[in-house]
Design a protein around this ligand. Sequence first.
Ligand SMILES: Nc1ncnc2c1ncn2[C@@H]1O[C@H](COP(=O)(O)OP(=O)(O)O)[C@@H](O)[C@H]1O
Ligand SMILES: O=c1ccn([C@@H]2O[C@H](COP(=O)(O)OP(=O)(O)O)[C@@H](O)[C@H]2O)c(=O)[nH]1
Ligand SMILES: [Mg+2]
Length: 217
Amino acid sequence: RLNTWESLTTGIAQQAKGVIAPKEKTPFITFVLGGPGSGKGTQCIKIVETFGFAHLSAGDLLRREIASKSADGAMILNTIKEGKIVPSQVTVKLIQKEMELSDNHKFLIDGFPRTEENRVSFEQIIGVEPNVVLFFDCPEEEMVKRVLNRNEGRVDDNLETIKKRLTVFQALSLPVINYYSEKGKLYTIKAIGTEDEIFEQVRPIFAAFEVCSQTVG
Ligand SMILES: Nc1ncnc2c1ncn2[C@@H]1O[C@H](COP(=O)(O)OP(=O)(O)O)[C@@H](O)[C@H]1O
Ligand SMILES: O=c1ccn([C@@H]2O[C@H](COP(=O)(O)OP(=O)(O)O)[C@@H](O)[C@H]2O)c(=O)[nH]1
Ligand SMILES: [Mg+2]
């Protein structure tokens, strides 16, 4: 009887472990960077399909906050309309919540960090650094054309806001890209051509990491 009870409780404990502690693997984090309209979101969908990442778009998380009429919603809406950057702790908290809710350990963090302050804040709060940083390098005139044709009803997809976002990108986001370049983590993608052509530059980067993880076990 005791043995039966023991095996039963052990079974429950093992099941519970699977439910409560699914995060045994260390996370594999990719930051996806590039100017507005450079194709980050589009390529993230393909990376998810091919390599099974969880896609966390910082902009989508912020827009969800606006839609849910949360306390920060009005502030976030104004910041996005102005093409400015939402305070780091707000964005990092949203990303943290999504990472905790996910049962995946491979994350694509799309459109973040956009400033050095964002980057430092993520490191301090989440306590990890990215394994890979992708930079979708696209000429400004192509980015403007794509954003103006995006047709998702976004409040920031107008010429006035795009100009501000491009200035913010140059001044605040390029330093983040340079930081990761110096760290040897940056993979620059030439973000012109068809979606498929661009993905053929992205694919080998993740394919190499897949081989690595198989070798390590
Ligand atoms: N390679 C491409 N060529 C032309 N248009 C593209 C390409 N990739 C994406 N787009 C389009 O450009 C717009 C911006 O792409 P998106 O993925 O939303 O960029 P981001 O997330 O970097 O702002 C979307 O309408 C998208 O369909
Ligand atoms: O970490 C972030 C990500 C986005 N944004 C705001 O959200 C807007 C839209 O971001 P998104 O990544 O959705 O735009 P994309 O680059 O994809 O066009 C930005 O211009 C910022 O105002 C922000 O403040 N912090
Ligand atoms: Mg996007």
